[in-house]
Write a protein that binds this ligand. Structure first.
Ligand SMILES: N=c1c2ncn([C@@H]3O[C@H](COP(=O)(O)OP(=O)(O)OP(=O)(O)O)[C@@H](O)[C@H]3O)c2ncn1[C@@H]1O[C@H](COP(=O)(O)O)[C@@H](O)[C@H]1O
Length: 89
């Protein structure tokens, strides 16, 4: 199982069984926080690329926060993957 699948599973587990103090739960239950974090993390990634520092760390933050943002808004990552798959030429 890849880490994307693990994070999707984690999001759904946290939704159905919230854990006290979980940052993931905070993102999943607060759409405006989730939106703000995606925007902030994308900004940080772009800055990291431009400065050529910390790119992997910042890209990982973007993926994690984007997955939680999609889940918070009931957008299934599987549907996004299927859409990308349909675009294959
Ligand atoms: N993959 C992540 C993950 N990536 C990033 N983050 C958090 O995202 C936040 C990033 O926000 P900020 O940039 O504001 O924080 P920061 O202190 O500046 O951190 P960095 O920029 O240095 O990452 C930090 O609090 C990170 O800990 C994550 N928090 C959780 N996970 C996964 O979620 C799992 C469950 O965690 P809970 O959130 O505790 O349920 C963990 O085991 C991980 O697998």
């Amino acid at each position: 199982m890849n880490i994307f699948d693990d994070l999707i599973k984690l999001a759904r587990e946290r939704k159905s069984e919230p854990v006290e103090g979980s940052y993931t739960n905070k993102l999943l239950s607060d759409k405006s926080l989730s939106k703000a974090k995606v925007l902030e993390e994308i900004d940080e990634l772009i800055e990291a690329v431009e400065k050529d520092t910390n790119k992997i760390h910042e890209a990982a933050d973007v993926f994690y926060h984007l997955i939680m943002y999609l889940e918070a808004n009931n957008i299934k990552v599987e549907d996004v993957m299927a859409e990308l798959d349909k675009r294959k030429k």
